[in-house]
Design a protein around this ligand. Sequence first.
Ligand SMILES: Nc1ncnc2c1ncn2[C@@H]1O[C@H](COP(=O)(O)OP(=O)(O)OP(=O)(O)O)[C@@H](O)[C@H]1O
Length: 275
Amino acid sequence: MSLSLDALGVGYQRSPILPPVTATAAAGRLTVLLGPNGSGKSTLLRTVAGLQPALGGAVRLSTAGAEPVDVLGMGVRDRARRVAVVLTDRFDGALLTGGDLVALGRHPHLRVGGRLRDADRTAIRSALSAMHADELADRKLVEMSDGQRQRVLVARALAQEPALLLLDEPSAFLDAPSRIDLLAVLADVAAERQIPVLVSTHDVEAAIRTGQDGWLIDPAAGELGELVTGTVAELSRAAIGRAFDTDRVRFDPGDVSFRLRSSPLDGRSSPERHG
Ligand SMILES: Nc1ncnc2c1ncn2[C@@H]1O[C@H](COP(=O)(O)OP(=O)(O)OP(=O)(O)O)[C@@H](O)[C@H]1O
């Protein structure tokens, strides 16, 4: 199952914020969506997910040997079965347990009456396990760290058993090691489930270390910006710098990090210890 955008029109009130987007995200691979603040990552993801109207074009899911299906033309219930979305909004359900929350992911698959069956319980367990969150099944959300809560939110999306997983900035509240770890787990999920996983992130360094393919929005290219695609290694060589560099900060592809053009740390040898 791969995702392809065909001249997808992205914008608000009929005004595009990007040129028509044509790109693919392969099954089994983690595709990271990168771009500076305000470049259009969330708007693009929301449009792919069908959460806001496309200004034109198509979003298709293709499986080898079968006709591609048009995501934007699907009914709401059908789309909920195939496309899972994790957004940045804080989840308001603090008294639910992790298991309760993940069970909500089964909702599109339940029959009238909404009782969980064995297959649903298996999907819930497998989603928690894929996110290394088995021990959170009985813990209340209010008693979880941001990182634990994020894993359970992603597990809820996996419990949908989607053909496509979309995540908007899932690592926003996480520390640096947890950000890398979450992206690495998402790469495993893509490989194990053989689905495309498309994730937007501000953490370019973690994305390059863990992602496989990238979609990069370069807002300075052309009138409306440009979407550049490639492997993360290809993007990091020049395109990341073109999109993100400023007068004061530049991306160093050699050690995959942003640096001040003149750093106050230049010439300092090691931290001083006190006490
Ligand atoms: N509801 C809206 N109506 C009109 N324009 C909007 C709306 N929401 C966002 N925009 C504009 O669309 C552009 C892209 O915003 P978007 O939130 O998609 O960018 P982003 O790359 O996700 O940003 P960030 O990295 O800061 O989260 C911005 O210029 C923004 O001002």
